[in-house]
Ligand binder design. Sequence first.
Ligand code: COA
Length: 176
Amino acid sequence: MNDPRHFHVERLTVVSAARYRALMLQAYEQEVEAFTSTVVERAPLPISWWEERLSDDHGTSAVFGGFMDGTLVGAAGIKFANRHKTQHKAKLFGLYVAQHSRGQGLGKELVLAVLDYAKSRDGTKVVQLTFTEGNNQAQTLYESCGFKRFGTEPLALLMNGEYRSKVHMWTHLTEA
Ligand SMILES: CC(C)(COP(=O)(O)OP(=O)(O)OC[C@H]1O[C@@H](n2cnc3c(N)ncnc32)[C@H](O)[C@@H]1OP(=O)(O)O)[C@@H](O)C(=O)NCCC(=O)NCCS
């Protein structure tokens, strides 16, 4: 039977910096509640900042892109802790799928790609993430990938004069 999905996920390299930047600025603009970063903070950053995020030079982070018919429509990243006592931990960040590409499994595929990559790194045991309380799509997706809640940070974000909590989740990689 043919696979109805027409997307693929691959690790992004520096050559995709401009496309990744455009996608994430769209994410911060359209999904204000989901992200801590804002367009105002990120738009003025030089392209070298985005290239650094995608660069393999320091081995501290990786970003995966989701493509539909060759167009970058989604992304998710992972940042590895590098301090001696926390180097077993990593943080998933910047999960986004453009609205017209949602509901087809790409978001889940991006999270699973990040987890596979984390598993392939010697010594990485724990992946953590946060989401804004009330983001049910994100919560259901993360739970379906094996993440569990371990706490809620009150007053984590201040948006349009309102404080919002952030839910913290983690997964033990041997169990993911
Ligand atoms: C969250 C997001 C990445 C999901 O992307 P997606 O490609 O639509 O997700 P998928 O199609 O892979 O769905 C995976 C699972 O997520 C959950 N999910 C997705 N959309 C949902 C919805 N509208 N309501 C409830 N659950 C939903 C389901 O469990 C789904 O699995 P199922 O299809 O087997 O039921 C996307 O909605 C998005 O970019 N949202 C805005 C940014 C954001 O919230 N990012 C997370 C920041 S922490």
